[in-house]
Design a protein. Structure first.
Length: 133
């Protein structure tokens, strides 16, 4: 079994120190995933860059969390499910803001990623509440 180093801003390779320091300052801790990814500063940068792009989409925080949690469950990533089930996430999902249409859209978002994952991204969109199945 592989073991991974949980880096801190002090132990991370030079290229990852600033990113971990910013995380520590912003969140009060360094997420374990980032602490592990810091072993390869390029991987940490790529992950955070992609997350930043996702944050700039038209999806709300709740919608993004639904997509991420659905992918986590579909991929069987217990670590990710636990991380996204923390107090802050629960508050967002259990008390979503918005109109009645919001729940229908969240249901659609929850159905979409598993289908896309199952067909490896090759998807034909049809008039269906759960495309790609």
């Amino acid at each position: 079994m592989s073991t991974f180093t949980l880096h801190t801003p002090q132990t991370a390779p030079e290229g990852a120190r600033e990113r971990l320091t910013k995380a520590q300052e912003k969140m009060g801790f360094v997420p374990n995933l980032w602490a592990i990814q810091a072993e390869s500063p390029e991987m940490l940068e790529a992950y955070q860059t992609l997350a930043g792009i996702f944050d700039r989409t038209g999806f709300s925080v709740t919608e993004r969390q639904v997509v991420m949690m659905t992918v986590n469950v579909e991929n069987g990533c217990n670590f990710c499910v636990a991380a996204h089930s923390a107090k802050g996430f629960s508050e967002v999902v259990l008390r979503p803001q918005g109109a009645f249409r919001k729940q229908e859209f969240l249901d659609f978002l929850a159905a979409l990623p598993p289908g896309i994952l199952r067909v490896k991204g090759i998807c034909q969109f049809v008039d269906s509440p759960a495309p790609c199945h």
